[in-house]
Design a protein around this ligand. Structure first.
Ligand SMILES: [Zn+2]
Length: 412
């Protein structure tokens, strides 16, 4: 919940209108279909909170309150609840698409023709398997009690779930658990450092990549990111020798990692073990098998913190570049919400809309979850918006609304 609310931060009005900077056609650039295997691999970037994921022909997602599970069909462009019950109004807790009874607020994947969500049962966090039509739901495997359940970072990749535990005792761990009811989590990675914390866990090919952050000394002034690679077949892990990692990274092929530093975006070559500059601004990179997407969100948050001004919505943009770093397009998104860079067909953004004036969370919402009631205050309502990537390189940059977080409909 803390994460969910921490994202509900800023205000928004309109979207889209962006500058066209190139004549390159989106269609002319081939997609590397082998980059990530849909329904098998950790999906290409759908956000750290993962409330949206791609399937073969569309996307499964929840609205920001994690009330119901929806499906957005690429061809019909329609959004439907994941419920096949006849005569269901899809607005109460007997609906198959209802997630409120297990609600965790992060973690949604599509694997082997099933949807997986993180959820609670009797206070124990674990993974639920939901069939594509919503008709069956079962507890798939248990995670471990962490004492800090809302800070979990997890992924589903090639038959396993991976999840982090940040124990708060300077030890950060990652566990692997098979997608089976009887499976027991096994420790695969442990890091010790001052305030050590797992930031990202992502699968790519036969490896799981783990970003840890920690402080260099007890002045708590300098925080460092390190990236580790865990080999699934070998059950061993190694540090990747990049010292200047600062936040996001993405693979663009089996030998090349693109990552953000404090000053730029760098490219690391696993063959030569050398890094070279890829883009001369410190933007968050993501790759969809065709283009690289570079987001300036973190820089705008930093500017806001340093200047005590508001977040500069007019400056927010996603640069679209090719594998050589040539600018193809720039999409202005005018929100401080997350961008889910997505697969080759769509990207998604959270559009935050102000609903109260004070900025102190004066709209109160009650959410019943399992056996407890959470009361939260918010000033913003978040809508999930879709951007059709066939617009890249054209003058048109329209977003369509998939779902608004309607917390009046939250069910106890
Ligand atoms: Zn229903």
């Amino acid at each position: 919940m803390k994460k969910c609310i921490s994202l509900i931060l800023a205000l928004i009005t309109v979207l889209a209108l962006a500058s066209c900077t190139s004549n390159d056609s989106y269609k002319d650039s081939a997609v590397n279909k082998d980059y990530v295997k849909v329904g098998k691999d950790d999906p290409v970037y759908f956000g750290d909170l993962r409330n949206i994921v791609n399937a073969e022909d569309g996307y499964y997602f929840t609205e920001d309150g994690w009330n119901f599970l929806y499906y957005f069909d690429k061809e019909s462009k329609k959004v439907v609840p994941v419920c096949n019950m006849p005569n269901c109004d899809h607005n109460n807790n007997s609906c198959n698409a209802y997630l409120g009874d297990i609600r965790h607020y992060s973690g949604l994947w599509y694997y082997d023709e099933n949807i997986y969500v993180i959820g609670f049962s009797n206070g124990i966090m674990g993974l639920y398997q939901i069939s594509k039509d919503g008709s069956s739901r079962k507890r798939c495997c248990d995670f471990l009690e962490t004492g800090n359940e809302y800070s979990i970072i997890a992924t589903v990749h090639r038959g396993f779930a991976y999840f982090s535990i940040n124990r708060g005792d300077n030890k950060a761990q990652v566990y692997q658990v098979e997608l089976k009811a009887s499976a027991k989590p096994e420790l695969i990675f442990e890091f010790e450092g001052i305030n050590a914390c797992i930031e990202f866990v992502r699968g790519y090919n036969e490896n799981v990549y783990i970003t840890v952050s920690y402080y260099e000394d007890e002045t708590y002034e300098t925080s460092t990111n390190s990236l580790y690679s865990y080999s699934i077949p070998k059950d061993t892990y190694n540090k990747i020798p990049i010292d200047d990692l600062c936040g996001h990274w993405t693979f663009i092929d089996d030998n090349t990692l693109i990552y953000r530093t404090i000053n730029s975006v760098m490219k690391y070559d696993f063959n030569t073990e050398k890094s070279t500059e890829f883009y001369n601004e410190p933007l968050m990179p993501s790759y969809d098998g065709r283009y690289i997407y570079l987001d300036n969100d973190v820089n705008l948050f930093r500017e806001m913190a340093q200047s005590a001004d508001e977040y500069q919505l007019d400056k927010r943009s996603i640069k679209v570049v090719d594998l050589s770093g040539n600018l193809i397009d720039e999409i202005k998104i005018k929100t401080d919400g997350l961008c889910y860079f997505g697969d080759e067909d769509y990207l998604f953004i959270d559009l935050n809309e102000k609903i109260s004036a004070s900025g102190e969370g004066d709209t109160e919402i009650q959410i019943k979850n399992d056996d407890s009631i959470h009361v939260i205050g918010t000033d913003f309502i978040t809508s999930l918006m879709a951007f059709d990537k066939s617009q890249i390189g054209t003058d048109k940059h329209d977003f369509t609304l998939l779902k608004k977080w309607d917390f009046d409909s939250i069910i106890g």
